[in-house]
Design a protein around this ligand. Structure first.
Ligand code: PAF
Length: 278
């Protein structure tokens, strides 16, 4: 069935107050791919009502980033969500979400300034602000987020805990193309050659996992090997880090459960990926 398209905040609030049963929520910026759809499928399995928001959030882009070019295709998104039997699509206007620009911000300290936060210092402030607004409007019991944006997941969990949101945040596994590239709306920017080189992120993570399984645990040694592989495939490294999955603190010796996170620029497109060491 076609989902109900909800375009205003007041309408969405009225609906969510009246809903009976568990509300599962998937916040997105649209241009949906299989990664998003897997979140929706998990939500459908676990919640009585599923709401997906589509909003390209300007406050999480800095002036030199790709806001105006960010891919959009609302008709295809509606079609895909209809096929999955989503109940509601919340599709608000920027003028209603930020009527006076953004005067009030939600900011999580410290863990937003490391990893992606170093090269995108205002990004997470935009993410936490919009997600807090969306959570207030939709009032979900469960919220589904992809582990591809692992730092975003940790930051939002911290925000929900600190601000006493009742919503439980559920992290869902990364969905990859057949050759290993993590699904992302930004993959669309890559040329065929760039698309091939973009495999260096996943290959480097697999190499790290292989070394870990060979009992090589020194983070710097593994990062150096990963960096060589990436540079040989024309990737420009923003960062490669081994971190504690809860605190995002840097770890010098790999151990079971730690995560390796990386950001690499391929032909001007910044791609991220990560893997749990096990
Ligand atoms: O991951 C995303 O698509 C966005 O950062 C989110 C969580 C929808 C907030 O705009």
């Amino acid at each position: 069935m076609r989902p109900v398209l909800v375009k205003t905040i007041s309408q969405m609030m009225q609906i969510s107050t009246k809903l009976k049963g568990t509300i599962g929520f998937v916040p997105t910026m649209g241009y949906l791919h299989r990664g998003h759809l897997s979140l929706v499928e998990t939500a459908k399995k676990n919640a009585d009502i599923v709401i997906v928001s589509i909003f390209v959030n300007p406050t999480q882009f800095s002036p030199n980033e790709d806001l105006s070019q960010y891919p959009r295709d609302i008709d295809s998104d509606i079609k895909l969500l209809s096929e999955l039997d989503v109940d509601y699509i919340f599709f608000p206007q920027e003028s209603e979400m930020y009527p006076d620009g953004c005067k009030t911000w939600v900011n999580v300290d410290k863990i937003t300034q490391v990893l992606c936060g170093k090269s995108r210092p205002t990004h997470f402030k935009g993410v936490t602000t919009i997600v807090a607004k969306l959570m207030n409007i939709v009032d979900p019991d469960l919220m589904y987020m992809g582990e591809k944006d692992f730092q975003q997941l940790v930051v939002l969990r911290q925000m929900a805990k600190d601000l006493n949101f009742k919503t439980e945040i559920i992290g869902c596994p990364i969905i990859r193309e057949e050759d290993g590239l993590a699904m992302s709306s930004r993959n669309k920017y890559l040329s065929p050659a760039g698309r091939k080189n973009a495999l260096c992120l996943h290959k480097a993570l697999l190499l790290a996992k292989k070394r870990f399984r060979q009992n090589i645990t020194n983070s710097s040694k593994i990062i150096t090997e990963m960096a060589d592989l990436i540079e040989n495939m024309e990737g420009v490294i923003d960062y490669i880090e081994v971190v504690d999955p809860d605190t995002l603190e840097h770890i010098t010796e790999l151990k079971k459960g730690c995560r390796i996170l990386l950001a690499v620029i391929i032909e001007n497109t910044r791609l991220i990926d990560n893997m749990k060491m096990e």
